[in-house]
Ligand binder design. Structure first.
Ligand SMILES: Nc1ncnc2c1ncn2[C@@H]1O[C@H](COP(=O)(O)OP(=O)(O)OP(=O)(O)O)[C@@H](O)[C@H]1O
Ligand SMILES: [Mg+2]
Length: 256
């Protein structure tokens, strides 16, 4: 299932740009993500991090540039195709079905991303496989005991965990997470950090996060974005020691 290899670039942005009127939200970004690594993208509010993720995941079409997954051009491919290729995405604002149970939420996620070959499998077999996939995803995200609980009845932190579960139900190799810790309490954060660490053992992760302690504790590689551009990419030590990063981001009084 997952790609545990630690060699080579799995996803690549080449000269990627997104223009909103006069604003270059993402401006000529060229960046590679290595297979099996946790690559964090940080930067101040409005730096273009979410827009960048939207371009990588097919949510938005770039104004210019290309996205390559395992060498294949996926620029502008619709999100469902990108999902079937093995790329999962979670959102800055929680994106779950509040009226449905945890299992139902994961079930929908698992089913919506069935490969087309599964359409010809007998329904009973198909249902078992989807259910198993949904149950496995719930267990991995730490919500096995909440399968029958309606999402609306859970804490915000658990809802965010469920969103990660929905992403896992589609069995992606590459996970893109947009601020998975946003709005969480201390204990909930620690739980999700632990989950991300476990996922990192057999997935590639692209992580946008403002919580610097979390970033420094999980990431292998960090890219700093400012004003739609990549300011610097490097190891934790390189980013921590970078005067340009200090100046633009980490040293600022109002940096989150
Ligand atoms: N759909 C849109 N239409 C117009 N402008 C947009 C749109 N989406 C984002 N922007 C603008 O593009 C810039 C980058 O926004 P983006 O949400 O990508 O930043 P971000 O780095 O994710 O910020 P945050 O840390 O606050 O989530 C901002 O100035 C934002 O106002
Ligand atoms: Mg954002």
């Amino acid at each position: 299932m997952a790609d545990s290899g630690r060699a080579g670039t799995i996803l690549e942005a080449v000269g990627l740009s997104k223009q909103f009127g006069a604003l270059a939200a993402v401006n000529n970004v060229t960046l590679g993500f290595e297979s099996g690594r946790v690559h964090a993208v940080i930067g101040p509010n409005g730096a273009g991090k979410t827009t960048f993720l939207n371009l990588l995941s097919g949510e938005m079409r770039p104004s210019a540039g290309n996205v390559r997954f395992k060498g294949q051009d996926i620029t502008g491919a619709p999100p469902n195709r990108i999902s079937r290729l093995g790329i999962g995405r979670s959102y800055q604002r929680t994106n779950i079905f509040l009226a449905l149970t945890c299992l139902e939420n994961c079930w929908i996620a698992a089913q919506s991303r069935l490969p087309s070959s599964m359409r010809f499998v007998r329904p009973a077999h198909r249902l078992t496989s989807v259910r198993e996939q949904a149950e496995r995803a719930l267990a991995t995200c730490g919500l096995a005991g909440r399968a029958g609980t309606v999402a609306a009845a859970m804490s915000y932190g658990e809802q965010r965990q469920l969103e990660i579960g929905m992403m896992l139900a589609a069995r992606p190799q590459l996970l893109m997470l947009d601020e998975p810790l946003a709005g969480m309490g201390h204990d909930e954060s620690l739980q999700v950090i632990d989950l991300l660490r476990r996922l990192a053992a057999d997935h590639t992760l692209i992580l946008i996060e403002h919580d610097m302690d979390a970033v420094f504790s999980i990431a292998d590689r960090i890219t700093v974005m400012v004003n739609g551009e990549v300011l610097e990419t490097g190891s934790i030590e390189q980013i921590r020691g970078s005067p340009a990063v200090q100046e633009a981001y980490l040293g600022r009084e109002d940096a989150e």
